[in-house]
Write a protein that binds this ligand. Structure first.
Ligand code: KG4
Ligand code: ZN
Length: 364
């Protein structure tokens, strides 16, 4: 028996994007994005060079209702046709998470619909399924502003972590190094543009964790080295060269650690189809994608990356995670908490608490 088709309103407010979307999941597993609306707060945070949590939460409150209405209108779907409401319940900036989650709870209660409290990381993990028929299991590199991890994804609620960053996330490294180069927030895309005119071999940069056999990441040494080099730059060409060198170093580390995970994964899945997926905001970077495509192809993995609009934060991925959970008979109660930290693979996170990086702590 195939699962009951789902039409789900998704809500995403965990960082600096207020997003709503309607996604339909057919009984045969086909996915259709009926609408995906994203209101970016970049302009509100740009003067501060980063996301200000209080400003973010207030901005979400101001627009969430209108964004949700727009998503339903663009989808041509009313609440009566929905089978559920899915809202990001963490990890993220908790003030913002509470806005979308509370709105989702109110909508679910008022309309008598089931609620799914979605882990934002599970949304990213499933995002490649929004635009491609992608079967489970697959190996996932999740690289965003708050996360950098390698996961085996066997289905909803079935993620196993193979490695993660011991300090900064890759997007965080892009953003911080971009700042030292005087680039505006958000730094990743700005650094990629500057790097276009640069020579990636101009500056040698440190390679982290070379002696280690695991699949972990580290970007703090690179960040320090880049900051030191940035101080002595004499020309715009040198700035471009440093940007290109940094981008190449980040892409190389992501590819190298992914290759290790691929070798491990391939041993565990001998004789089966091998799939490698990259998701999260940093997957929008063309150099990163190219390096990962090469690595996957060399190791016999089919490579999938979501379209750019589904790489960065969006609500379609939250709606899909909700729909897949509902199809599997899973939903949450209306007292589901907003969680600033919420590791996707709670067992692995408990087993290795050293994976709690950063001054402010990682989101997972
Ligand atoms: O997934 P996302 O939208 O939000 C999080 O959940 O973190 O990822 C945002 C991150 C930021 O660090 C941003 O600088 C980075 O993704 N990013 C990029 C590019 N586009 C976004 N980094 C490098 N190159 C890009 N083209
Ligand atoms: Zn995200």
């Amino acid at each position: 028996m195939s699962p009951i088709p789902q039409t789900v309103l998704g809500l995403e407010t965990s960082c600096d994007e207020t997003a709503a979307a309607v996604v339909r999941l057919a009984g045969d597993g086909a996915v259709e994005v009926l609408s995906s609306v994203v209101a970016s707060q970049i302009a509100a945070h740009a003067p501060f060079g980063g996301v200000v949590p209080e400003i973010a939460a207030r901005a979400h409150v101001e627009v969430i209702e209108a964004i949700a209405e727009r998503a339903l209108a663009e989808a041509g779907v009313g609440y009566a046709e929905l089978t559920g409401v899915a809202a990001t319940a963490g990890p993220g900036l908790v003030g913002g998470v509470m806005v979308g989650l509370s709105f989702g709870k109110a909508a679910a209660l008022a309309r008598g619909l089931p609620l799914v409290a979605v882990n934002h990381l599970e949304g990213h993990a499933l995002s490649a399924r929004l635009a491609a028929r992608l079967a489970y299991p697959f190996l996932l590199l999740l690289v965003s502003g708050g996360h950098c991890q390698l996961l085996e994804v066997a289905g909803v609620g079935a993620c196993r972590r193979l490695g993660s960053t011991i300090d900064d996330a890759a997007g965080e490294a892009f953003d911080k190094i971009a700042k030292t180069l005087g680039l505006p927030y958000p730094g990743g895309p700005a650094l990629e543009r500057l790097a276009e005119a640069g020579d990636p071999d101009r500056f040698p940069l440190p390679r982290a964790l070379l002696g280690r056999k695991d699949c972990d990441f580290s970007f703090s040494g690179l960040k320090t080295a880049a900051a030191r080099l940035a101080e002595g730059l004499a020309s715009d060409q040198e700035r471009a060269d440093l940007a290109a060198s940094v981008q190449a170093a980040i892409a190389r580390q992501l590819a190298e650690r992914s290759e290790r995970a691929m070798a491990l994964y391939a041993r565990e899945h001998e004789g089966r189809d091998l799939r490698f997926v990259v998701a999260g905001g940093v997957a929008a970077n063309a150099t990163v994608r190219r390096r990962l495509t090469e690595a996957a192809t060399a190791r016999g993995f089919a490579f999938t990356a979501p379209p750019l609009a589904y790489c960065t934060d969006n609500a379609a991925m939250i709606a899909l995670a909700g729909a897949e959970r509902l199809a599997a008979g899973l939903s949450d109660s209306l007292d589901a908490p907003a969680r600033p930290r919420w590791p996707l693979d709670e067992a692995a996170a408990r087993a290795s608490p050293t994976h709690v990086p950063g001054r402010k702590g990682a989101k997972a």
